[in-house]
Design a protein around this ligand. Structure first.
Ligand code: SF4
Ligand code: SF4
Length: 280
């Protein structure tokens, strides 16, 4: 598995503590999430990193942001029923994966015990066959297993197309997420405010929580800038197949510090744009 770029500094302000040494760059990130300031401090070692290596850092940021959002809704009397083991939403909805996430997922699954790895590959293969047996909307994908443009209009088209398969997520096992700790950012950012009955039986009231920042979009932008491609997303069950078809994209490297600095800038810009839009 690739090296984790994030080594220390979880939540500390920039430049404090004793984590700094001359072999690392200390890169800070300050976010205002619903009026609460979040500080991150990443120690980034020397050398090169692959696209996949940025994912643990994105997950760290995602965890803190979602915690603030959930606490804020609960403090205002809202009810967030989402938790580990609750999986009625893991049905036929499209989960888009950014390229770094697809590559990181492949590494995580390759490192899993062989019986687990085989069952995951089998489930993905079955789902892939089903998906690839149908032609996708042409405006979205020119070749099904190739990554796709993440234009919002096209996303709705492909989302409807994908839902028509009524495929449960291939990672759903005995009604639970079998990769909960490794689940995609899109799953980590999905919460509802209200009753979980809406997800189970369409009874009751609940609304999907809008996150102030979508980390998959930030990863997609980073990958697009580094690789010189359009922003892309891979349909989740096709991710392992896509990785097999694009082995060269798992191997390219960039300077670690440059990669983290640019990712932090992208996240800061997206967060500030969204907070400005919320105020306007
Ligand atoms: S969205 Fe619905 S089904 Fe999914 S975790 Fe939340 S309450 Fe459970
Ligand atoms: S990866 Fe896990 S959380 Fe995400 S849709 Fe699949 S089963 Fe649900």
């Amino acid at each position: 598995m690739g090296e984790n770029l994030l080594t220390t500094g979880d939540g500390k302000p920039i430049g404090t503590g004793d984590a700094y040494n001359s072999d690392t760059d200390v890169i800070g990130l300050k976010l205002d999430i619903l009026g609460k300031e979040l500080n991150f401090c990443f120690d980034v070692g020397q050398g090169q990193a692959k696209l996949a290596d940025i994912v643990p850092l994105a997950r760290t940021i995602c965890t803190k942001i979602t915690k603030v959002v959930v606490e804020s809704i609960r403090s205002e009397g809202g009810r967030i029923p989402c938790c580990k083991g609750c999986a009625s939403c893991c049905g036929p909805y499209l989960v888009p994966l950014s390229i770094p996430e697809a590559l990181w997922l492949r590494e995580e699954i390759s490192a899993a015990p062989s019986d687990r790895r085989e069952s995951i590959f089998k489930a993905c293969l079955l789902a892939s066959r089903r998906i690839l047996s149908q032609k996708p909307p042409e405006s979205f994908i020119d070749k099904t297993t190739k990554a796709s443009h993440a234009d919002p209009v096209d996303f709705n088209l492909v989302s409807d197309w994908y839902s028509s398969f009524k495929l449960p997520c291939p990672f759903l096992y005995k009604s639970e997420c079998a990769i909960y700790e490794q689940r995609p950012l899109a799953c980590r950012e999905h919460f509802v405010n209200g009753s979980s009955e809406v997800c189970r039986s369409r009874q009751g009231i609940a609304e999907v929580v809008k996150m102030p920042l979508q980390l998959p979009n930030a990863l997609a932008q980073l990958a697009s800038e580094l690789e010189g491609t359009a922003p892309e997303a891979v349909i989740f069950p096709l991710a392992l197949l896509w990785c097999q078809e694009n082995p060269q994209r798992a191997e390219r490297t960039w300077p670690k510090a440059m990669m983290v600095k640019r990712f932090v800038e992208i996240v800061e810009t997206m967060a500030s744009k969204n907070s400005t839009a919320a105020v306007a």
